[in-house]
Design a protein around this ligand. Structure first.
Ligand code: HEM
Length: 412
């Protein structure tokens, strides 16, 4: 039975509220209160919007163990699940089950449908495309006026173009596809515009799945169409999975590119190391360290315990909510000495920015390839790149699922 609700009545007023804000004066760091909690112990109670008090996991080791523990569920219909907000709670039975909210065999089934486009071979095959798109964006920046906004000119278009190539969107439809994919992500989009964008995109994907059922090629929508032909899923489900990939893989990577460039500009000696390196291992480690340092997914990975779990000196009871926050776990000084230092040469090992265990990011190899190519190419091609506004005027996304910057004006 759930301990989360009963515990809410006897916890004292000093249980901190979650989520917590990052400090505008140290915008790369996790929220200071969370770091303090993490120094005291790897897990503690927090209070969320509905008054319940799930566990907040801040320690790296405990986070890894719980991510991999089959007694921990992502099923948001279970009692005690710590929903993001009232809207998510009230729609829980209306939303179709997905890769994000299913456990065990059901999850394996969804994962299998998504695995083919993300094999090492397919992703490595996309590297020339990523390089070409990156170079085209940088050509346009160099040919255009200064200052230039790197969010609209580089951070957004690279993942949009790459994901549409990966899904297999015909070249003549790129413009339509990019436009509708971006409507929902635009800062001032109305709910109606966002809804319209999502609907047109979904319909577009339904048509595309049908086309690929007749004429498949080497791309992700063709893989899904193959599953439809085999009777494993419906056309609508395939379109839903395709739209899901687009949304999960698009804004996240774009934010990581934008804020990653800013972190490099603020650490010029580290940026110089990356610019001067030709070693693919160093370039890969640098992207990984930026993932650790920035840990952009900021509303915590939500879970619920299905059995009692003894961990970190505490007992998580069956039915207790669990929130694993990646940022403090990636700044745990036991795992990473001097975590506040961006050190591209450190052994970054098992950073948790893509999660861990069976739900870890499906698209991580693709995201890694994009980050490695974009950071390295940009520093090489525009070595004099600098911020065009004072650092404290850069607008950060404190209010979004993925942390990042709204704009990044630069000169060179
Ligand atoms: C820098 C970019 C990215 C970051 C920081 C990121 C982060 C994450 C994290 C933390 C999770 C784990 C969720 C959990 O355990 O609850 C996740 C899962 C997922 N990601 Fe990513 N991601 C990125 C890029 C991508 C891309 C490019 C794609 C696809 C094109 C993608 C598709 C997915 C999917 C489908 C899942 C669900 C996996 C599952 O539940 O089994 N992500 N991502």
């Amino acid at each position: 039975m759930s301990d989360t609700l009963t515990a809410a009545s006897d916890v004292t007023a000093d249980v901190p509220e979650y989520p917590m804000e990052r400090d505008a004066r140290c915008p790369f760091a996790p929220p200071p209160q969370m770091l303090e909690m993490g120094m005291a112990k790897p897990l503690s109670r927090v209070r969320i919007w509905n008054g319940t008090t799930p566990w907040l996991i801040t320690g790296h080791e405990v986070a890894r163990e719980l991510f991999a523990d089959p007694r921990v569920s992502v099923d948001d219909r279970k009692d005690g699940f710590p929903h993001w907000n009232e809207h998510m709670l009230s729609t829980v039975n209306k939303r179709p089950r997905s890769v994000f909210t299913s456990d065990a065999e059901e999850h394996t089934r969804f994962r299998r449908m998504l695995s083919k486009p993300f094999t090492f071979k397919r992703v490595e095959g996309l590297r020339p495309v990523i390089q070409e798109v990156t170079d085209q964006c940088i050509d346009a920046i160099l040919a255009g006026p200064q200052p230039a906004d790197l969010v609209t000119k580089l951070a957004l278009p690279v993942p949009t173009r790459v994901i549409s190539d990966m899904l297999g969107v015909p070249y003549e439809d790129h413009e339509f596809f990019q436009h509708h994919a971006n409507v929902g992500l635009a800062r001032y989009a109305t709910a109606e515009a966002g809804q319209k964008g999502a609907m047109s995109l979904h319909q577009y994907l339904i048509d595309l799945v049908k086309k690929k059922m007749e004429n498949p090629s080497e791309d992700a929508v063709s893989d899904l169409a193959e599953r439809v032909n085999a009777g494993e899923i419906s056309v609508k489900e395939a379109a839903q999975l395709g739209t899901g990939l687009l949304i999960a893989g698009h804004e996240t990577t774009a934010n990581m590119i934008g804020i990653g460039i800013l972190a490099l500009l603020e650490n010029p000696e580290q940026a110089a190391l990356l610019r001067d390196s030709d070693d693919p291992k160093f370039i890969a480690n640098a992207a990984e360290e930026l993932m650790r340092y920035l840990s952009i997914i900021q509303n915590g990975q939500r879970r619920v315990a299905v059995e009692d779990i003894e961990i970190g000196g505490e007992t998580i009871r069956a039915g207790d909510g669990i929130i694993i926050d990646l940022a403090p776990a990636n700044w745990d000084s036991v795992a990473y000495p001097e975590p506040e230092k961006l050190d591209l040469s450190r052994d970054v090992g098992q950073q948790l920015g893509f999660g861990y265990g069976r739900h870890q990011c499906v698209g991580q190899q693709l995201a890694r390839a994009e980050l490695q190519i974009v950071f390295h190419t940009l520093l090489r091609r525009i070595p004099t790149l600098k911020l065009a506004v004072p650092f404290d005027e850069v607008p950060f996304k404190h209010d979004r699922l993925a942390y990042g910057v709204y704009e990044l004006p630069v000169t060179w």
